[in-house]
Ligand binder design. Structure first.
Ligand code: AMP
Length: 360
C-alpha cells in the first residue's frame, strides 16, 4: 500500500523501534514540520525522547500496533528485528515504507544472500547449516578460517563465531545460538565499505559516495567518508547498491555493506533497508542527510542533494567511551551526537562524533 498523495507538514510518521536511528529520523522530520509517533517496547527510548507521541508496548501486542497505525499517516521501521507479523498487522492499516517484503529479506541472512545471488550480486561463499553435523561437513568443505552466523536476529556481530581448524563444531553451534546457521567463507578483505541509496516515491534515486568502515569486535567503530578507494571501485559499488535497490523496488533508504577483496572485487555482506550507522556523517557533511532523505521519501517529497561540503570521520561512542564526550568540544570542527541512553553497556552505541574536514 502506497500513500495516495504526498503528505504535508503536520502529518505524522510512525516509527517502529525506539533506537537512535528513530531518534535521528524524528529530528529530521521535525525540521520539516512533520510529527513522529514512535512504537517501542521500552519507555524513554532514544526516539521517544524527541517524538511528540509514543506507544510503549510489545511487538506481539496486535491491538497496540493497530491503534498506533491508525494514529499515523505512514509507517517506517528503524531496526531489522521487528517480527514480520507485527509489520504485517501495521501494513494492513497504513502504508509501511520501505515495503515489508524488503524487511523480511533483510531479516534473514539466508534469504538475503539467496536474493543477492538471484540478482547476480556477488557474496562470500555460503551454505545453510541446520545442525552441528551439517556444520562439521560444511567446515570441512569450506576450509578455514570461516564464519558461522545465525540466520536470524544477528546484528553487530551477535550470533557470530569465527571458525578455525581448532574449533569444535558442537561448541561453535552452541555459541552461535541460532536455530539455523549460515556458514560463510572468511573474506580476506582490503577494506569494508558501504553505500547508502535513497529512492523517492517518484522513482528518483540518490546515492551517497561509498564510505570506509572500520569495525572493532564486529561493531562499527569508525567511518571514513568518502572511502579511500579507486574511482572504478567506487563506481562499481554505487552500481551494485542501485541494482539491489532497484530490484527491491525500494522507497526509502537502504544501506549496502560490502567487502573490497584484495584484488578489488566487491562482495556484498549485508543490506539494511533503513538509515545506517555508516551514514551518520551525512547529517553534518551533506546537503541532505540520510534521515532527511527517508522523511522526504516517506512523505512523497522530492529527494535532496547528496552532495557533501566536507569530508568526515565518524567515530562511534561505544559503551564507556561516552564518558569522554567532552573531548568533542576541544575540536571546533567536531559535531557531537548523543542518543539519550541512560545505561552504559559494553558494546552499546551511546553516541557518535563526526569530525568535519570542510572543502575549501
Ligand atoms: P555482520 O554482522 O555480517 O555485519 O558482520 C559484522 C562484521 O564481521 C563485518 O563488518 C566484518 O568485519 C566481519 N565479517 C562478517 N562476515 C565476514 C566474512 N565472511 N569474512 C570476514 N569478515 C566478516
Amino acid at each position: 500500500m502506497m500513500p495516495a498523495a504526498p503528505l504535508a507538514p503536520g502529518a505524522t510518521i510512525g516509527i517502529l523501534g525506539g533506537g537512535q536511528l528513530g531518534r535521528m529520523t524524528a529530528l529530521a522530520a521535525a525540521r520539516l514540520g512533520f510529527r513522529c509517533h514512535v512504537f517501542a517496547a521500552e519507555a524513554d527510548s532514544p526516539a521517544e525522547q524527541v517524538c511528540g507521541a509514543a506507544t510503549v508496548a510489545e511487538f506481539s501486542d496486535r491491538e497496540a500496533l493497530e491503534c498506533f497505525a491508525s494514529a499515523v499517516d505512514v509507517v517506517t521501521f528503524e531496526f531489522e528485528n521487528i517480527p514480520a507479523e507485527a509489520v504485517r498487522w501495521v501494513s494492513a492499516v497504513r502504508p509501511v515504507l520501505p515495503r515489508p517484503e524488503i524487511l523480511e529479506i533483510a531479516q534473514d541472512r539466508l534469504r538475503e544472500k539467496d536474493f543477492l545471488r538471484s540478482i547476480d550480486v556477488d557474496t562470500a561463499a555460503y551454505r545453510q547449516v541446520a545442525d552441528p553435523a551439517a556444520l562439521l561437513r560444511a567446515m570441512r568443505d569450506f576450509g578455514y578460517p570461516a564464519v558461522l552466523k545465525s540466520a536470524r536476529m544477528g546484528y553487530d556481530g551477535k550470533g557470530q563465531v569465527t571458525l578455525t581448524a581448532e574449533t569444535r563444531a558442537e561448541e561453535a553451534w552452541q555459541r552461535m545460538g541460532g536455530e539455523i546457521g549460515i556458514l560463510e567463507s572468511f573474506v580476506d578483505f582490503a577494506c569494508e565499505i558501504s553505500v547508502i541509496v535513497a529512492r523517492g516515491r517518484n522513482g528518483v534515486w540518490a546515492t551517497y559516495p561509498p564510505v570506509e568502515n572500520h569495525h572493532v569486535g564486529h561493531i562499527l567503530d569508525t567511518t571514513i567518508a568518502p572511502a579511500h578507494i579507486v574511482s572504478e571501485t567506487a563506481m562499481h559499488a554505487d552500481a551494485i547498491a542501485r541494482h539491489i535497490a532497484e530490484k527491491l523496488d525500494l522507497v526509502g533508504v537502504l544501506a549496502v555493506e560490502m567487502f573490497v577483496a584484495q584484488g578489488g572485487d566487491l562482495l556484498v555482506n549485508e543490506i539494511a533497508p533503513r538509515p545506517h550507522n555508516s551514514g551518520h556523517w551525512t547529517i553534518d557533511a551533506c546537503i541532505t542527510s540520510q534521515f532527511e532523505q527517508l522523511v522526504r521519501a516517506l512523505c512523497g517529497l522530492p529527494l535532496g542533494s547528496v552532495e557533501h561540503h566536507s569530508d568526515a570521520v565518524m567515530k562511534n561512542l561505544i559503551g564507556s567511551e561516552i564518558e569522554n564526550w567532552r573531548d568533542a568540544f576541544s575540536d571546533p570542527l567536531a559535531k557531537l551526537h548523543l542518543y539519550g541512553k541512560n545505561e552504559i553497556q559494553p558494546g552499546r552505541k551511546m553516541g557518535h562524533i563526526t569530525r568535519l574536514m570542510p572543502h575549501r
